[in-house]
Write a protein that binds this ligand. Structure first.
Ligand code: GLA
Length: 518
């Protein structure tokens, strides 16, 4: 072989080797990149926090990462957000989620970073709050997805169930116990109510609020969680005390505390409640806001109204959607016996008085079988004074409001029990004509409310919303009372001598003086 020939052979060999090496290298790069995606945040992530009753509070972050941009959704308890903003990268990113809740926008923010196979995230309710730290792991695609929207029925008038001819009276677990309510607590509350004079005063319903729910069985039947081993046995126990048992659910997929709602299982759940022996249902909008607008509320409430009627068991139907869409105008048409008119009450003068004194406009919507519900009582929960609790009880009775005690009936002091069982005040609340009282006079922080009672009598309440005692003087004629009357003071439990055409009285700060005028 000539030298020239040898050289060209070597050159060809070299070029081929370089090309082969380059191709192999490119393949390796391609393979390695495919195994280690440049968008490792993409996927369905879940945080499961145990609720200590066998259920979990879940947060699903369904993320799609394209370089520095993250889109997707966040589903947590009753909320479902679309991610609208994202900043940062793998070792530190921030997501902002947004959803419409009725007419207002609700936002949430998560900070996070990828740590090995885990997504470490934190969120806070308000910017000043301590962040809640969570660890998310990968979940199968589709798990935790929001169910599709079911079509809504045409509206019709649901037949009156004939219940709650006077405002319901009883107890509800939420204000005091929230998620701590369990079978033993309910039984002991029933024991207390049956023996401490409350039952005798008219308190009948023992209502379990949110957090009793477990998951559904293979047939879709709702089950209780570990806190309530046997709901039927509990109902039997409560009935054995001459009392009735209430329960709670939502027209949405989740309740407000993130438990299983009745969405898509309305008739089945109503049948289950009836089979357990349930006598009262509070139906709370909550997770329905992820699928439906406020305007669609009546149809969703109607589904359960119909379902309850179909069971043939008398079950009081309590609508809870915080007074949106002027519920007082349609609550009775969907079968409601009562409807919440406001957001949640707190055990505080500001909350209670703001809610209570704001009900004036709604008076005409209340009638036997169908009541405005300014939320449950906070009497005895400890953050208001006895004077303020008397005002709370008096105002709720003037409003023909449901009287659902919200305190621990097993350990209240005699003063609180006396407030809750003031029979003369309760008689106003339970007046069979069912006309709600109205504000008839106001001067600064002092207000007079009047409620017509059956047989032509009236309840008159003098309220002082100021912190200091206030003296007021009124002419009876100016507040619609003509001629000499009999006056009965409901809190002093004594008859008061007719003072003549004018009356002066001093009302303690945040206090009330309440009379029957006949
Ligand atoms: C809502 C209701 C409350 C209570 C909670 C339970 O906030 O308004 O009365 O039922 O849900 O999660």
């Amino acid at each position: 072989m000539s030298t020239k020939c040898k050289h060209s052979y070597r050159l060809r060999f070299l070029v081929t080797s370089i090309i082969t090496t380059a191709v192999v290298a490119i393949w390796i790069v391609v393979l390695v990149t495919a195994q280690q995606p440049s968008d490792p945040l993409t996927g369905n992530w879940v945080v499961r926090t145990p609720n200590n009753d066998g259920t979990f509070r879940t947060t699903y972050l369904n993320l799609k990462q394209e370089g520095a941009r993250i889109t997707g959704t966040i589903r947590v308890t009753q909320f479902f957000y679309h991610i609208t903003e994202s900043t940062g990268g793998l070792d530190g990113f921030t997501l902002t989620g947004s959803m419409m809740d009725g007419k207002s926008e609700r936002k949430v923010q998560y900070e996070g970073k990828l740590v090995g196979e885990e997504l470490h995230v934190s969120t806070r309710r308000r910017p000043t709050d301590k962040p809640t730290e969570m660890v998310a792991v990968r979940a199968p695609a589709g798990e935790g997805a929001l169910p599709p929207r079911n079509p809504l029925p045409a509206l019709h008038k649901v037949q009156d169930n004939g219940l709650a001819r006077t405002p319901p009276m009883g107890w509800n677990s939420w204000n005091k116990f929230a998620s701590r309510v369990d079978d033993a607590t309910v039984r002991s509350i029933a024991d207390a109510m049956a023996t401490n004079g409350m039952k005798e005063a008219g308190y009948i319903y023992i209502n379990i609020d949110d957090t009793w729910e477990g998951s559904r069985d293979a047939q879709g039947n709702i089950q209780t969680n570990k806190k309530f081993p046997d709901m039927k046995a509990l109902a039997d126990y409560v009935h054995g005390k001459g009392l009735k048992l209430g329960i709670y659910s939502s027209p949405g997929p989740n309740t407000c505390a993130g438990y299983e709602g009745s969405y898509g299982h309305e008739e089945q759940d109503a049948r289950t409640y009836a089979a357990w022996g349930i006598d009262y249902l509070k139906y709370d909008w909550c997770g329905a806001r992820t699928l439906y607008t406020d305007e669609e509320m009546p149809a969703l409430y109607q589904i359960m109204g119909d379902a309850l009627l179909k069971t043939k068991r008398p079950i009081v139907y309590s609508l809870c959607q915080y007074g949106r869409l002027d519920v007082w105008k349609w609550g009775a048409d969907v079968g409601g016996n009562l409807w919440r008119t406001t957001g949640d009450i707190r055990d505080a003068w500001d909350s209670m008085s703001r809610i209570g004194f704001n009900q004036n406009e709604l008076a005409d919507w209340a009638k036997p079988g169908h009541w405005n519900d300014p939320d449950m009582l906070e009497v005895g929960n400890g953050s208001m004074t006895e004077i303020e609790y008397k005002t709370h009880m008096s105002l709720w009775s003037m409003l023909a409001a449901p009287l659902l005690a919200g305190n621990d009936l097993r350990s209240m002091n005699p003063e609180i029990l006396a407030i809750l069982t003031n029979k003369e005040v309760i008689a106003v609340d339970q007046d069979k004509d069912g006309s709600q009282g109205k504000q008839i006079w106001k001067s600064g922080d002092q207000e007079i409310w009047s409620r017509p009672l059956s047989g032509g009598a009236k309840a008159i309440a003098f309220f002082n919303r100021a912190t200091e005692p206030a003296k007021i003087t009124v002419r009876w004629a100016d507040i619609g009372i003509k001629g000499e009357k009999r006056l009965r003071d409901f809190w002093l439990h004594e008859n008061v001598r007719w003072p003549g055409p004018e009356y002066s009285l001093t009302i303690p700060g945040h206090g009330v003086v309440m009379f029957r005028v006949s």
